[in-house]
Write a protein that binds this ligand. Structure first.
Ligand SMILES: [Zn+2]
Ligand SMILES: [Zn+2]
Length: 122
């Protein structure tokens, strides 16, 4: 693989976290930055393209009293699972839709959850 070198400026905390991670994992900073950027670029371009039919997983952590059922019976949801972890509920929904549909869905589920992650798969 041919490489290109360039300088970037990072906030001190980010640079220190990068150095620590590189040291702990026994890899170079360049390997971590390459991997992180590949993930970022893939997510921001391919999966946010509104003509692209994306399939991915929404992970949502919410309080046990919160009812997400109206969000789980949508066209965008292919299947889901709901688990109880003490006072917290973990909902895992497999979703399919174009980028903007999924972005809206993730926003809606975020309003009822502490933490939401969308992991695009395809
Ligand atoms: Zn996708
Ligand atoms: Zn629950």
């Amino acid at each position: 693989m041919s490489v290109k070198r360039f300088g970037v400026s990072l906030p001190r905390e980010v640079a220190e976290a990068l150095d620590k991670m590189a040291h702990d994992l026994g890899v170079t900073r360049s390997e971590i930055v390459t991997h992180a950027l590949q993930e970022y670029i893939q997510e921001k371009t391919a999966h946010h393209n509104s003509t692209h039919q994306c399939i991915g997983v929404v992970l949502a952590l919410s309080d046990s009293g919160v009812d997400l059922s109206d969000l789980l019976h949508r066209d965008v949801v292919l299947t889901y699972s709901h688990m109880h972890l003490e006072q917290t509920c973990l909902t895992v929904a497999v979703v399919r839709g174009d980028g903007s549909q999924i972005a809206r869905y993730v926003l809606e589920i975020s309003r009822k959850s502490h933490t939401v992650r969308y992991v695009p798969l395809y």
